[in-house]
Design a protein around this ligand. Sequence first.
Ligand code: E4P
Length: 220
Amino acid sequence: MKFFLDTADLDEIAEIASWGALAGVTTNPSLYAKIGGKLEDFQDHLKKICELVDGPVSGEVTGETRDEMVAEGRELAALADNMVVKIPMTVEGLAACRTLSDEGIDVNMTLVFSVAQALLAARAGARYISPFVGRFDDICENGVAQLEEVVAAIGNYDFGHEVEIIAASIRSANHVREAALMGADIATVPYSAMKKCVMHPLTTQGLEKFAADWAKVVNA
Ligand code: E4P
């Protein structure tokens, strides 16, 4: 499973990219608003992200009709070679996905919460499909089980083009573990959860012991 970072924050992206394990970035309107992004800077900001990351970067459209989404999607795709157009799972979104995919533009279908939605996205040409995990947990549903169904269903078919499942709305290292065990292609992980993925109490404890024992060697 590959790691994407779910953020629009350039410092977070630069830091996690420096770890050497980052394969892509996903953004959305909320994440751009969170960093205080301004409308007039949006495209330049996406370009900067695309320069920082060696891998696909999803930028989301905000139009509601297929024509608006297609026009925005074409503009976003022209920003950089690694730009992916993120489109919400609606009827208009499906139609826009088909048009953009036919033009060779990679689409990430977002806000996917069911097998039926995921299958429709794949059939409409989506290159990436983003089922959300944490938002199911937020409403006392089992987000991991929902993701597992999507991974299994998409794995049953050949769509005639590559389709990768991005486990989205990830909140913890345990979500990452579950997504990897079921064979999700990618997990897009927020900065805070990404940092937690590095940590393990036994690693910390082991390091402390090595340091203490090494001090004995140095001071002998
Ligand atoms: C997907 O690409 C979305 O950006 C994302 O994972 C949303 O997650 P949230 O539920 O934490 O907002």
